[in-house]
Design a protein around this ligand. Sequence first.
Ligand code: UD1
Length: 421
Amino acid sequence: MSSYIIRGGNRLAGEVSVSGSKNAALGIISAAMLLDGPCKIENIPDIADLNVMVEICKALGAQVKRDPDGALTLDPSTITSWEATHDKVRHIRGSYYLLGALLGRFSKASIYMPGGCNFGARPIDQHMKGFEALGATVTIEYGKINVEAQHLHGEHIFLDVVSVGATINIMIAAAKAEGTTVIENAAREPHIVDVANFLNTMGANIRGAGTDVIRITGVQQLPAGATYSIIPDQIEAGTYMLAAALTRGDVTVRNVIPRHMEPLTAKMEEMNISVDTGDDWIRVWMEPERELLAANFKTMPYPGFPTDLQPQTTVLLTTAKGSSKMLENVWENRFQYVDDLKTMGADVMIAGHVAIIAGGSALTGTKVTARDLRAGAAMVLAGLAADGETEVTDINKIERGYENFIKKMRHLGADITRMDS
Ligand code: UD1
């Protein structure tokens, strides 16, 4: 098992460029499986989750080629199978978007139950509700989800829970259904807009993505033949911004969409962190005379504070002046990393969905584990702020979602190395 070894205490400084959004890319590569011709997708990060997704698409029969510049050329016209039963389907969460894509293409689909980070029950009832409304029957048998429709048709769908995955999946399935589908109480995350923009570029008719009502008018053909560039990764950007504040550093994060970062930048300013914003960059730094202030957070669907930045933010709060609260509203079991943080000297108490963080702890290095992707990134951040050496194990979970993590961190001045055993 590989580890990162971090010697804490370095102040991060300089510039870092953010890669393409993992979660947008998962949705877009899946949506591409619905097209009637080839397309090119740029700004795809070279990370494990996406490489797995590409493998699954190839196993379905799609032709996928990675260009030297990292762009993917995909031709789904050679797909012959509606069954995504490659073993790796179980490794990533985003593979469930193939349900929507294959259902839209073949009027039937069958895939293994998807995997992904384990931070509590991850139901898919809202995806099923959507597919059923479009005319499909859904069954779960022998670890596989099967959906089948005589005829996919548009419908009004009200989501009972604001779900990113269900919104994207229904949008993909409805893109070629007959008539108009309206998704109400839709999620509004930037990557939902990105999947909609991708499909529209390829010939779809989707309006309202980014609001809580999305209207999809089905088209008979998605001719494709175009090039699309994926948006920057909001969570990767936020991780470097938080690392800058945590090490009392001065970092400019480039290739970002500052509007997507507002839920974080607003809270950073409340905490006395200096933030400056340009067209596609954000500078984060701490004035030496300023003290980091405690703050209370609630994770919410976009434009609320993202749950995927919760663990990294909690680490920052351990170094603030005063007591902070972190309320986790999205996932039921996303504080598993707190035990590791406590072994590093943090004073954090969990009461149900709330973490109460007593600031001002002096973190010290020890051996900790990456429990999931973002919790793993949080452990690395804790190591940057800790005295002495921190070993973070199980780092394949981190490398699932952060492109060139070590290289970017080292470029900013972090003392971090990868140890393979
Ligand atoms: C996506 C992200 C994940 C992020 C999450 C919330 C991907 C691959 N993953 O996950 O990193 O943490 O959004 O921003 O994009 N729910 C139901 N029924 C459903 C679907 C969801 O009850 O059918 C609940 C979930 O249990 C959870 C909440 O809705 O409490 C949000 O889940 P959802 O937005 O669907 O998350 P994912 O799309 O799985």
